[in-house]
Design a binder for this molecule. Structure first.
Ligand SMILES: Cc1cc2nc3c(=O)[nH]c(=O)nc-3n(C[C@H](O)[C@H](O)[C@H](O)COP(=O)(O)OP(=O)(O)OC[C@H]3O[C@@H](n4cnc5c(N)ncnc54)[C@H](O)[C@@H]3O)c2cc1C
Length: 322
């Protein structure tokens, strides 16, 4: 979707001086939306890392019509389009993002339980869905109680913890792909360890059908409590972060490898390798994406040199350098 407008300039406000194409008429799009549109919006306000430069336009899409209007506008204007959910697995670079950044709000947060099945909007909070399922004595989502973010982001990442992952309970997805509304069985979602075929931005997840198993209320609550307690004791939850930075290599723990290389506490600018969990980088105040990227580079090189293991990113790095 990268149009000529964006191939020629990194910052749209340089255009008036170039005297070429005009800036996109975001006000026209805003007038067509039920939801809101914010221009030059700092994405640090929308990521759990509290890091990220500005989006040219951040759209809070509330209805399918809002989404379609955004897709049409992006196509007409040759703008890139990116879905930002809760931003809990993202590192947005300091230059921010060009074009349209979409958040799914309103209708996309719905949850409808029907027996052991639930149809849930992609914008719904995953932990809330897990809690609601537990309240209905439905088992299968206890693992997700402490995973921040939305169902949509969780599906794209195939989020998992405590031996569970979303791919095991999802049966069907509603998507918008190349402008077409589709329904696809979970087998066509291409789920892998912390990934799916939607990870590269090839389509938008609108909703999913999940199938859970009737269980004992008290047992489900106990499992959730255990999952939360375990997290509180082992993750630096008081400081902004984006969860695990690197994927666990097959048969190993990325956190343990980083710790064994003596990298806990390593600092660059406002970013530090957590002293509590070495696979977390925390923003201790004023960290920039460049600080985090610098730390990630050092960690990757040291683990490769000392352990012979190439670490792969779990956190998704998006946007432009400043
Ligand atoms: C403290 C902490 C603990 C964490 N613990 C875990 C854990 O235990 N297990 C785990 O797996 N993860 C964990 N994470 C990482 C993160 O929470 C998950 O990856 C989460 O599922 C991301 O959801 P999100 O809504 O924030 O997605 P975002 O980070 O906003 O987006 C992730 C990707 O999905 C895309 N996307 C989002 N919604 C849609 C949609 N509807 N359609 C198409 N594309 C979409 C985005 O474009 C982006 O590429 C943790 C993070 C934090 C901060």
């Amino acid at each position: 979707m990268q149009g000529s407008y964006y191939q020629r300039c990194r910052r749209p406000w340089t255009l008036p001086f170039l005297g070429e194409e005009p800036m996109p008429e975001y006000a026209q799009l805003k007038a067509r939306l039920k939801g809101g549109l914010l221009t030059d919006e700092p994405l640090s306000r929308h990521t759990s890392f509290r890091i990220g430069g500005p989006a040219d336009a951040l759209v809070l899409a509330e209805t399918l019509e809002d989404l379609k209007a955004c897709l049409d506008f992006a196509q007409e204007q040759g703008l890139p389009l990116f879905i930002l959910a809760a931003g809990t697995n993202l590192l947005v670079r300091d230059g921010g993002m060009r074009g349209l950044v979409l958040k799914l709000e309103g209708d996309f947060k719905s949850m409808a339980f029907d027996g052991r099945r639930v149809r849930c909007g992609a914008g719904a909070n995953l932990a809330l869905l897990s809690r609601r399922a537990g309240e209905a004595s439905l088992s299968g989502l206890e693992f997700a109680i402490g995973i921040p973010g939305t169902l949509g982001g969780g599906l794209v990442m195939n989020a998992g913890a405590h031996g569970g992952e979303l791919s095991r309970v999802v049966r069907r997805l509603g998507t918008l792909e190349r402008g077409e509304l589709r329904e696809c069985p979970a087998e066509e979602a291409g789920f892998t360890y912390r990934g799916s075929r939607f990870k590269g931005g090839s389509g938008l997840i609108l909703w999913a059908d999940l199938e859970l198993v009737p269980g004992d209320y008290e047992t489900i609550q106990a499992r959730m409590k255990e999952a939360l307690d375990q997290r509180r004791g082992s993750q630096p939850l008081a400081l902004p972060n984006a969860g695990c930075v690197f994927k666990n290599p097959p048969g190993a723990s990325a956190g343990r490898l980083i710790e064994e290389c003596g990298l806990k506490g390593l600092r660059r600018g406002g970013a530090t390798v957590s002293t509590l969990h070495a696979n977390f980088i925390v923003n201790e105040g004023g960290a920039r994406a460049s600080d985090v990227l610098g730390l990630m580079q050092v960690v990757r090189e040291r683990v490769k040199k000392e352990k012979g293991v190439s670490l792969e990113n779990e956190v998704l790095v998006v946007g432009m350098d400043e």
